[in-house]
Ligand binder design. Sequence first.
Ligand SMILES: [Zn+2]
Length: 77
Amino acid sequence: MARRSVGAGLRPFQPCYTNVVMAISKDLLEILVCPVCKATVELKPDSNGLKCVQCKRVYPVRDDIPVMLVDEARVEE
Ligand SMILES: [Zn+2]
């Protein structure tokens, strides 16, 4: 359990970016499937794509909108 290091000193207040990253909801992810093999897709850690668990195609996410097109996907190991 890593404790967040607070560091020393007083920092100015920082805006909270936490919920900006979660633009694609879990509910949406649950209904999205790979158009090729109908398998589940997973959001990549950097939120830049959705990866099919089966064929490893990565579908890009543009403006928080998943582009589930085979032509746009690339295979990633
Ligand atoms: Zn697939």
